[in-house]
Design a binder for this molecule. Structure first.
Ligand code: IVH
Length: 681
């Protein structure tokens, strides 16, 4: 049949019926675990659909189950900026930690008793799925929480991810974890082994390896599952949609996701207080081995959204949720040797070289020993038999020595007096546990780390500058300070081993593009001790200008949110060092720029936006939303994502949507663009 001929309505109708029916069977099989037809019957339906679509390619829509077999391979994954950041969770390792978490929540909320939603903590990969008008349009990995990788094609191959939702809100982000269930993992490994292919150490690695394939046809052959554990952005609430847009508790959201046909853990519970949470932990711990998927603990979430909002966030984790991890797994092995590693700030970390041992799901051959005192405290000697511990995804450590097995060959560890990388003296200051290489940026190890830190995505975001290249340019002495990066030329780069002109060109473009940055990124990139991303943001926000930070006295620095004496001193020390000021000046001379503003320190107390909560919606003509946010924050406002009773103003640009309705409903004052600009001035 030629596809130019008009499509009989009957063919289209049949295709629609088959699509629905097949998705229904996939749901029964992969989500409910209760298939109602045999595999052969399923194949029969599937082949009928396939044949109809092959005859009429224009009818094979993106949401057809036949599209779940994978698409053409990609060259690379594109980046996706998450609408709502994907956060991480704080950890609890003991009953005391859980009790302390519960107390913090109760104290903040001023209540005696809190309701918690409890869930298994899946040991897989965090994923965000975006549905627009009920259609699955995009799926992304967590990445650094703000920006992830677009793995849509791969996710489409996962049968438990619905491609269509009935009656969904205009926009819905579903958050959850991609895992490989235990039985699927066993089967996959058996198949790999039978085909002489590599086997995977654990389900988590198998899931990660399968999802991060550029060829989605390969992913399609790997049995992955998606478990939903929450939602991100929701816009354009509708009735129906399983009630997902109306939920006022996390547990109601989970029930709604189940009604929308997502796979959700059956082992969920709503409990009261730390006592209820700990009972849940015991109960799940008892079932851990018989669960169909690997978990590394449980998660407690304050159930009510109003209470969640009140508790808010610290840095990159919510205050209203915590992961309670199962105790670490342990194994016994031999300490073969102790090497030292040099970090970005010159810190010398002794690292245990171990006889490889399988613990907590992976083979461990190195473990951190933190510092010299720690080695003495534990009484470790090289050649000792030791207990190695690994808690979830935390770096393995040497827990203790088994003295009964010590032999006469055991020898004491001696801290080297000179840096293994640059030969400079290793020094340990009075009262400090950490020994440091005194070579500073003369030390290639420190230079290499400094360059990597400077270039990383959350700092200057220099695309194309990874570990290998950092190694090469430092070794070839092309880069001694970050400013040297901006002086690299094509000739010097192209002279490096295995460096094609194209990659050199790409790197130079990446470097050029990084020149436009923000003050917060720049501050973070400098690598000042104790100044992480969150602190850099706080400093940038409250001072507004680099010069003010560089010259701020200790007391002024300490006035900043979350900046204590240690951080303040470290900032002061950094900028008191003429060499560092010189690097900053050179970077500016190389053309690095960022927006500067007045900072909030001078303004918070007055002005129409001081201390107010503002929501931005619609498109502004005179500035981007990011700029509007910066201006508001500089004037002491808090910019929120959604309208609530706590909102003071809604700034409405063109085509403002549901937030405007909400503002009207709650009688929140709405500012149009010109009023807004007037108030800014
Ligand atoms: S909630 C706001 N629930 O654990 C926090 N996370 O350390 C959002 N995870 O990357 C996470 N099971 O991928 C949540 N039931 C569960 C989870 C879960 C596993 C992972 C998640 C995240 C990590 C947080």
């Amino acid at each position: 049949m030629s596809s130019a001929a008009p499509v009989p309505a009957a063919v289209k109708a049949r295709i629609d019926v088959l699509k629905r029916e097949i998705e229904e069977h996939l749901y029964r099989y992969h989500v409910l675990d209760a298939p109602s037809i045999s595999d052969a019957q399923y194949d029969f339906l599937f082949n009928e659909l396939l044949e109809l679509e092959q005859a009429r390619p224009e009818l094979a829509t993106a949401d057809s189950p036949t599209q779940r077999v994978g698409a053409a391979p990609l060259d690379q994954f594109n980046e996706v900026t998450h609408r709502v950041p994907m956060l991480s969770l704080g950890n609890a390792f003991s009953e005391e930690d859980v009790a302390a978490f519960d107390k913090r929540c109760r104290d903040t909320l001023g209540v005696d008793d809190i309701e918690y939603a409890c869930e298994p903590k899946f040991d897989g990969l965090a994923i965000s799925l975006t549905y627009v008008d009920g259609k699955f349009v995009r799926g992304a990995t967590r990445g650094d929480g703000a920006v992830g990788e677009d793995v849509t094609q791969n996710l489409k191959t996962i049968r438990s991810i619905p491609l269509n939702l009935d009656n969904a809100p205009a926009l819905l982000e579903v958050r959850g974890e991609v895992v490989m269930q235990k039985k699927d993992f066993e089967r996959l490994n058996a198949r790999q082994a039978a085909n002489g292919e590599k086997t995977f150490v654990n389900p988590r690695n198998a899931a990660a390896g399968s999802l991060r394939q550029l060829d989605s046809k390969l992913t399609a052959k790997r049995p992955l599952s998606f478990f939903a554990y929450g939602v991100g952005a929701i816009e354009g609430a509708v009735e129906g949609a399983g009630g997902v847009a109306k939920a006022v508790t996390h547990s109601a959201t989970m029930d709604a996701l189940g009604r929308l046909r997502f796979l959700v853990a059956r082992e969920r519970a709503v409990v009261r207080g730390a006592v209820g949470a700990l009972q849940y932990f015991q109960q799940i711990g008892g079932k851990r081995v018989s669960l169909p998927f690997d978990i590394d603990g449980v998660v407690y979430k304050v159930n009510g959204y109003a209470q969640q909002d009140q508790l808010g966030f610290v840095s990159r984790a919510p205050r209203f949720a915590i992961a309670h991890k199962f105790p670490a797994e342990e194994a016994i092995t031999v300490l073969l040797g102790i090497d030292v590693q040099v970090g970005r700030t010159g810190a010398i970390t002794p690292v245990a070289r171990l006889q490889p041992v399988f613990v907590g799901g992976t083979t461990v051959s190195n473990a951190t020993l933190h510092n010299e005192d720690e080695i003495r405290r534990k009484g470790l000697m090289i050649g000792d038999t030791v207990l190695v511990r690994r808690a979830g995804d935390v770096i393995p450590e040497v827990a203790s020595v088994i003295l009964a097995r010590r032999t006469v060959d055991a020898r004491e560890f001696v801290m080297p007096t000179n840096c293994p990388e640059c030969g400079s003296a290793i020094v340990k200051l009075e009262g400090e546990a950490i020994a440091r290489c005194s070579g500073g940026l003369f030390c290639p190890a420190q230079r290499r780390q400094a360059v990597l830190h400077f270039a990383q995505r959350r700092a200057m975001n220099i695309e194309g500058l990874g570990e290998k290249l950092a190694d090469q340019i430092v070794e070839a002495n092309l880069v001694r300070t970050p400013a040297d990066l901006y002086r690299l030329g094509l000739n010097a780069l192209a002279g490096l081993e295995r460096m094609a002109e194209k990659s050199a060109q790409n790197l130079l473009e990446g470097i050029e593009a990084s020149k436009q940055t923000t003050l917060a990124r720049f501050l973070f990139a400098l690598g000042i001790r104790h100044v992480g991303e969150a602190t850099a943001k706080d400093l940038a926000k409250s001072f507004g200008r680099l010069d003010r930070i560089m010259d701020a006295p200790l007391e002024t620095l300490q006035n900043v949110n979350d900046v204590g004496p240690v951080v303040a001193q470290s900032v002061r020390k950094f900028f008191d060092e003429p060499h560092n000021r010189e690097v900053v000046e050179q970077l500016r001379a190389c053309g690095l720029t960022w927006a500067e503003h007045e900072g909030i320190a001078n303004h918070v107390a007055s002005g129409p936006f001081a201390g107010k909560t503002v929501v931005l919606t619609g498109t502004l003509q005179s500035m981007s939303r990011d700029v509007a946010r910066e201006k508001l924050e500089a004037r002491g406002a808090k910019v929120a994502g959604s309208v609530s009773k706590k909102t003071d103003f809604v700034v409405a640009g063109a085509e403002a949507g549901s937030k405007l309705d909400k503002a009207a409903e709650l009688a929140v004052r709405v500012l149009d663009e010109s009023t807004f600009i007037g108030m800014l001035d």
